[in-house]
Design a protein around this ligand. Structure first.
Ligand code: FE
Length: 373
């Protein structure tokens, strides 16, 4: 059942009649904010601090609004999540922007203090704001009505200074000289918040930031920052090396040339329903759902081989080795586990059907025995 294509939305309507479209997106797992900014007149835009796991969400928004993405920018090399910049570059051809001093791979727009990132007739000014990391930057909108501070300044807080070349003296100077020198009315959009606060302003932070507002001096700030005793960030071992490649997944498994396999950041090879539909006869479709589900009202892909997930290890001999395997289940999560098992067992031409039979069916591809029509 092919869905009816939505009618296009005018970017000016999406922007509420304003000359600039501004969206704040959130990743609940890491408390990360991602920002999409676009110049309505030209349709050009930038994304700031995209999260790897939210790539599909962010990309579909960009496509639905018809935004031509100029650059995917990070405020710094994050320790708590992997950037979506490399995926965004792969999908849209946009540039990858990050401070030159972070020295990450795949960066096509190495940024320095004072640089402008242009989109349409607008631009973001780059201000170097180190202290949380060496390579932290703040992106200031051309009219100084808004700034994206990353982790240099958070709502009533700031990024930690106890790892990744952090230095509270440096951060103090960055905030007071580069951020608090903006107009009091400048809105500040942070890189994170864990309690639901979404934005603040220069005036508010000058007055109420517990660490450096309300008359605190550098000594007060440094004293606060050096006594925080924060836990080690859990994801740093994965996130930092990932971000030093701008979010490009490491190719740990041999390259698969039989299909345009895409990898999740966990390294799982995946294929979309459209590819499977077109190459149905060149592969074996392995359905790992239970007997009840395969015979039930959801239906199944014609001529698929059926081995329930819990039997897969014992029954691997039944898998034909002359053709690649595409593994399917209802929504794609059990088949992900099966794909992992098969890769471990030495099957090298295997991929998960992204989104499972749910997406297959949503995209209008046929299921034998299905009663949902
Ligand atoms: Fe950070």
């Amino acid at each position: 059942m092919a869905s009816i294509a939505p009618s296009p939305v005018a970017l000016s309507d999406a922007a509420g009649g304003q000359p600039l479209l501004h969206r704040q997106l959130f990743d609940a797992t890491t408390g990360t904010y991602t920002y999409l900014i676009a110049d309505v007149a030209s349709g050009e835009g930038v994304i700031i601090d995209p999260v790897f796991e939210q790539h599909e969400r962010d990309l579909s928004l960009i496509r639905e609004l018809g935004i031509q993405l100029v650059a995917s920018l990070d405020t710094h090399a994050h320790a708590d999540h992997v950037t979506g910049s490399w995926l965004m570059h792969q999908a849209t051809g946009c540039a990858i922007g990050l401070a030159q001093s972070a020295r990450a791979q795949n960066v096509s727009l190495p940024l320095e203090h004072g640089d402008h990132v242009n989109f349409g007739s607008r631009h973001l000014q780059v201000r170097s704001t180190p202290g949380h990391t060496d390579g932290c930057v703040t992106y200031v909108l051309d009219d100084q009505s808004a700034a994206f501070t990353g982790d240099a300044l958070l709502v009533r807080g700031c990024g930690r200074c106890d790892f990744q070349q952090g230095d509270p003296h440096t951060l103090w100077r960055s905030i007071t000289e580069q951020i608090f020198s903006l107009p009091n009315s400048c809105l500040l959009y942070p890189g994170h918040d864990y309690t639901g606060r979404t934005l603040t302003s220069v005036a508010e932070e000058k007055a109420f930031n517990a660490r450096l507002g309300g008359g605190a001096n550098e000594r007060d700030f440094v004293g606060h920052m050096t006594n925080m005793k924060l836990p080690h960030p859990g994801k740093i071992a994965i996130a930092l090396p990932g971000n030093m490649r701008s979010g490009q997944p490491r190719d740990e498994q041999p390259a698969q040339h039989w299909a345009p396999v895409q990898r999740s950041f966990a390294g799982l090879p995946e294929l979309p329903p459209s590819w499977l539909a077109e190459h149905r006869n060149a592969v074996t479709v392995l359905d790992v759902r239970s007997e009840d589900e395969v015979e039930g009202p959801d239906g199944r892909i014609e001529t698929s081989l059926h081995i329930p997930l819990q039997d897969l290890e014992q029954r691997q001999a039944e898998l034909p080795s002359d053709r690649p395997l595409v593994v399917v289940c209802h929504a794609g999560s059990r088949s992900a586990l099966a794909t992992q098992q098969l890769l471990k067992a030495g099957f090298d031409r295997v991929a998960n059907l992204r989104g499972g039979l749910l997406r297959w069916s949503d995209e209008g591809y046929p299921l034998v025995g299905s009663i949902h029509h």
